[in-house]
Design a protein around this ligand. Structure first.
Ligand SMILES: Nc1ncnc2c1ncn2[C@@H]1O[C@H](COP(=O)(O)OP(=O)(O)OP(=O)(O)O)[C@@H](O)[C@H]1O
Ligand SMILES: [Mg+2]
Length: 234
């Protein structure tokens, strides 16, 4: 059996708000296998996005261990973490983070360019275009984010997150802004990536129907992560 893609042990995250110390994540033990889709649900402010940030090396755990794709993230510097993210992670943020001055195609191609792959520019363009076609945006390649709807921007974000076929896909409410049909398509693609590319998926959602499709559902409450198979408050 392969080692898990995500493995945290007694991981804690403390932050401060002014002088007030905050214990955001409490003794998180989380393991996600290759190809496994784990959904995380829980109330607003409970720590879901914070956990995603730690798994993505965007926030450093205060203590405990965080191993992602065989790499121990604790003690890594900013530059090393950036390289690690480019090589192994796809991240789909709640608010897309597209570059406004670039077209949809350029936004997706940029991911391949900065990953320093050995591909030729025209191969990069073709691969970025095919990722956009896969999310139903083949007719929008030359649109800048301002000329795309919210749901279309979300799908550019997805194309960008999956174009590298990452070992781990981190997604923060990926269907929050989408109509039902488009949302279903985005989700099908994420499950497809898990199945076909053996990508581990960490999926934050407020949608119980979506959570129910995951291999496993976890519940975040006040910074504690527990297994949950009861019907879940969101
Ligand atoms: N940089 C920060 N400094 C201090 N506190 C923070 C910081 N970022 C988040 N928090 C606090 O951490 C807690 C968890 O926030 P987080 O964004 O992880 O919640 P969430 O479960 O993703 O909520 P939502 O469902 O609303 O997105 C919140 O109480 C928030 O105010
Ligand atoms: Mg959040």
């Amino acid at each position: 059996m392969d080692s898990p893609v995500v493995q945290t042990q007694r991981m804690n995250l403390h932050l401060r708000s002014g002088k007030t110390p905050l214990h955001i994540l409490k003794d998180i033990d989380l393991s996600i296998a290759a190809g496994e889709v784990v959904a995380v649900i829980g109330p607003s402010g409970s720590g879901k996005t914070s956990l995603l940030m730690v798994l993505g090396g965007l926030e450093s755990a205060t203590d405990g261990s965080v191993i992602v794709a065989g790499t121990n993230l604790s003690g890594m510097g900013e530059d090393e973490l950036a390289v690690f993210r480019r090589q192994h992670l796809g991240i789909l943020f709640q608010n897309f983070h597209l570059i406004p001055s670039m077209t949809a195609l350029e936004n997706v191609a940029l991911t391949l360019e900065i990953a320093e792959s050995k591909q030729l520019p025209r191969e990069i363009t073709a691969q970025a275009a095919s990722a956009l076609q896969a999310v139903g945006l083949g007719q929008r390649l030359d649109h800048r984010p301002s000329a795309l709807s919210g749901g279309e921007q979300q799908r550019v974000g997805l194309a960008r997150a999956i174009v590298m076929r990452p070992k781990l896909l981190l997604a923060d409410e990926p269907t929050g802004n989408l109509d039902q049909d488009t949302g279903a398509r985005v989700i099908d693609m994420m499950f497809g990536l898990a199945r076909d590319n053996n990508t581990a998926v960490f999926l934050i959602t407020h949608d119980p129907a979506l959570a129910a499709r995951a291999d496993r559902v976890l519940f975040m409450n006040h910074g504690q992560l527990t297994s949950s198979n009861a019907s879940v408050p969101v």
